[in-house]
Design a protein around this ligand. Structure first.
Ligand SMILES: Nc1ncnc2c1ncn2[C@@H]1O[C@H](COP(=O)(O)OP(=O)(O)OP(=O)(O)O)[C@@H](O)[C@H]1O
Ligand SMILES: [Mg+2]
Length: 332
């Protein structure tokens, strides 16, 4: 029996296969011909086309802010990824699959996941909320009595929760993520330098010079289009230039994290203060994120060893262990 954990992220889809480990991590996007509606590229190949295609090619992100917004394209994309990971349709029919879903996912979203699984030939499905998987992926000891606190910051969503194996004690799923920082950077570069840059460039800026240490001063040369004159122009952008864009996002997440901690019963709260907060998700990779959280919340903060893979690794651990799966799966 093939056992898979699938993290259908707003930015990156990750697949874990028992016996093999992480077998796929590719951008969750599809390039579609606007004229014929045909699929031109999927995943990595499609992402390369962002901002570089003529008007008649559109890049579709079937998962937006952790919601399946285009079921048809989600199925085309996932079928392709499964094939690429060596899971043919015939094999998918016999596979047991775990999907990670946002904290507090409603039945409406689970219905969409069921439909997606069916469209890919998958018949045996279970769902687990992101915070549990993040914790399990970081090998945190989870029990009924020992609470954990996780903040997973992805590309289009952020999950904040305190929980034990018994369930979520307090938690929230927000529809903001690293993508919001990218858009903010585009606006900021337009305003400061009069230069229009693309999404790929802003994401690269964030990953290369982005930092939550105010004194950092890395630099990167970026190319864009002069807004006034319409001509191509290059500028040097520093960490300080985009600091505000990253801070804006971090402050928002911290604000909600503080709200969640404020809701905890006294004993849970004491345990959380003792164990600290665990960060995961690709956006947790921004330099200084842990120190920034720690300073703002006055708590210990630990970043997952592989932040972006924590959820799918936890998914792998869960689908491979019936007892854990029984404890954390959503009743549906
Ligand atoms: N080194 C890095 N520095 C800053 N940001 C990064 C880095 N690596 C990845 N990211 C960002 O992490 C985000 C993707 O993270 P992740 O794969 O956890 O999201 P996702 O699971 O696809 O989305 P979601 O969980 O919101 O549905 C993107 O916004 C990406 O730009
Ligand atoms: Mg995610």
């Amino acid at each position: 029996m093939i056992k898979l954990a699938i993290d259908l992220g707003s930015s990156v889809t990750k697949i874990f296969r028992i016996g093999s480990g992480v077998v796929l991590a590719e951008p969750s996007c599809v390039a579609v011909s606007a004229v014929h509606g045909t699929v031109k590229a999927i995943g990595e190949e499609a992402k390369k086309l962002i901002g570089k295609t003529a008007e008649y090619t559109t890049i579709v992100f079937p998962v937006f802010e952790a919601d399946i917004v285009n079921g048809e394209m989600a199925a085309v994309m996932l079928s392709y990824f499964l094939e690429k990971a060596g899971v043919t349709r015939a094999r998918a029919r016999r596979a047991e699959v775990l999907f990670s879903v946002p904290c507090g996912a409603k039945n409406e979203l689970l219905d969409k996941y069921y439909a997606l699984a069916a469209a890919c030939g998958i018949r045996t499905v279970s769902f687990v909320e992101v915070p549990f998987l993040s914790a399990l992926g970081q090998n945190m000891p989870l029990s009924e009595t020992e609470p954990a606190f996780v903040v997973d910051m992805g590309g289009g969503s952020t999950n904040i929760a305190a929980f034990s194996l018994d369930g979520v004690i307090a938690g929230i799923g927000l529809n903001i993520g690293g993508g919001n920082i990218d858009s903010q950077i585009i606006d900021c570069i337009a305003e400061k330098f009069g230069l229009k840059i693309g999404l790929q460039t802003s994401e690269k800026l964030k990953m290369t010079v982005g930092s939550l240490y105010e004194s950092d001063s890395e630099r990167m040369i970026v190319n864009g289009r002069d807004i006034a004159e319409g001509r191509p122009r290059s500028i040097s952008v520093s960490s300080e230039d985009i600091y505000g864009c990253i801070k804006l996002f971090a402050d928002k997440v911290i604000e909600y994290t503080a709200l969640v901690t404020a809701k905890l019963p006294a004993e849970v709260s004491a345990a959380i203060w003792h164990n600290g907060i665990f960060l995961s998700g690709g956006t947790a990779r921004i330099i200084g994120m842990d120190d920034y959280f720690s300073r703002a919340l006055q708590m210990d903060v630990t970043i997952a060893e592989e932040p972006q893979m924590a959820v799918v690794l936890g998914g792998g651990r869960t689908i491979g262990d019936e007892e854990v799966l029984e404890a954390v799966r959503i009743e549906y």
